[in-house]
Design a protein around this ligand. Structure first.
Ligand SMILES: Nc1ncnc2c1ncn2[C@@H]1O[C@H](COP(=O)(O)OP(=O)(O)O)[C@@H](O)[C@H]1O
Ligand SMILES: [Mg+2]
Length: 328
């Protein structure tokens, strides 16, 4: 089933003024439910404009031509657009700046309250959302969001979005400003949220490494148009394509390319660090294996002399008994 259907979507900022800027051009996009879609592109390529159409935050400009439908809800219709606010959870860049209530629990409850749920249901959802983002309810519920660490604040902000149990979760640059550990934790959290709350996830990032490690599919925007669409391997494995979009290949791909230029053979299309680590470990093991084999062979030739060919050189290590003697 398709979770998102976008057809012929264009958008122009400051239309009819000297500052007019076309941010989207005839975008067509269909996303299957259960997909983690990475949205990449240089700054100004239209990523945020595109995703803000999904919950109706930005209205469709030309309704006769363009359409946006999410889980069957049509963003051009007022009533359906109102429901989209809850159906599509939007986590903006630096979401911690949007915390405003005096306790964590109240902040997380804000969305569910707007959904007019019962008090019991709201409490349940707040509890579950906090536990899901890895914040113990008893320990955090009554604390002020402003006394938390940066990473904890971001988790509270995300809990506020997932407490609405949106079917589609959209994250705009979710790991911006986090240290490597915080980044890894947040990417793991996204995997958990996908399994337990929001089956379809869109992640906007200009960090190709992050997208390579979490996405099933990647679209690339350039000047408001989708210029590439494929699996992370198809997109990030193609250096010319990535550079033409104005981006850099993921670090793992850069390292793999450098090693290959030096004649080190690796499996094709390595794009993330885990894969690179595995490939290097296998290579090392293989080299150790060859070294061990050669050693064993030499020992065998020297001790038993049973692997000699006619010219008396060893079939494995290619040395004559004299040469072997020189080694000792
Ligand atoms: N509020 C706005 N007013 C005018 N132009 C805007 C506005 N927001 C974005 N733009 C322009 O629209 C284009 C796409 O922006 P945006 O969707 O924010 O791109 P991205 O998220 O990929 O960086 C850019 O050229 C940007 O300068
Ligand atoms: Mg943006």
């Amino acid at each position: 089933m398709s979770a998102i259907e976008i057809k012929d979507l264009s958008f122009i900022y400051s239309k009819g003024t000297p500052y007019q800027k076309q941010a989207l051009k005839d975008v067509d996009l269909s996303v299957e439910e259960g997909t983690v879609l990475g949205v990449v592109g240089a700054t100004g390529s239209g990523k945020s404009t595109l995703i803000q159409h999904l919950n109706g935050l930005i209205r469709i400009q030309d309704k006769k031509r363009g359409s946006v439908v999410v889980n069957g809800l049509d963003a051009s219709k007022r009533k359906e657009r109102a429901r989209l606010r809850f159906e599509v959870g939007m986590v903006f860049q630096y979401p911690e700046y949007q915390l405003f209530e005096d306790t964590v629990a109240k902040d997380v409850a804000f969305g569910p309250k707007n959904m007019k749920l019962s008090k019991e249901e709201i409490d349940l959802r707040v509890r579950r959302a906090l536990e899901l983002v890895g914040l113990n309810y008893e320990g955090f519920a009554e604390r002020s969001p402003f006394d938390l660490s940066g990473g904890e604040k971001r988790r509270v902000a995300i809990a506020g979005v997932i407490a609405m149990q949106p079917k589609v979760l959209v994250l705009d640059e979710p790991v911006a400003g986090l240290d490597p550990v915080g980044r890894r934790e947040l990417l793991d959290l996204i995997g958990r949220l996908r399994r337990e709350v929001s089956p379809t996830v869109l992640i906007v990032s200009h960090n190709m490494d992050d997208i390579a490690s979490v996405a099933d599919r990647v679209i690339a925007l350039k000047d408001g148009e989708i210029v590439a669409d494929g699996t992370p391997k198809q997109i990030f494995g193609d250096r010319a394509l990535v550079e033409s979009i104005g981006l850099e290949v993921p670090p793992a791909k850069r390292v793999a390319d450098m090693l290959e230029e030096r004649g080190i053979q690796l499996p094709p299309q390595i794009i993330d660090m885990d894969e690179l680590e595995e490939a290097l470990a296998a290579l090392l093991k293989q080299k150790e294996g060859i070294a061990d084999e050669a050693q064993t062979a030499e020992a065998t030739c020297a001790e038993e002399g049973d692997m000699r060919s006619q010219d008396d050189s060893c079939a494995v290590c290619r040395k004559t008994p004299d040469e072997e003697g020189e080694d000792v």
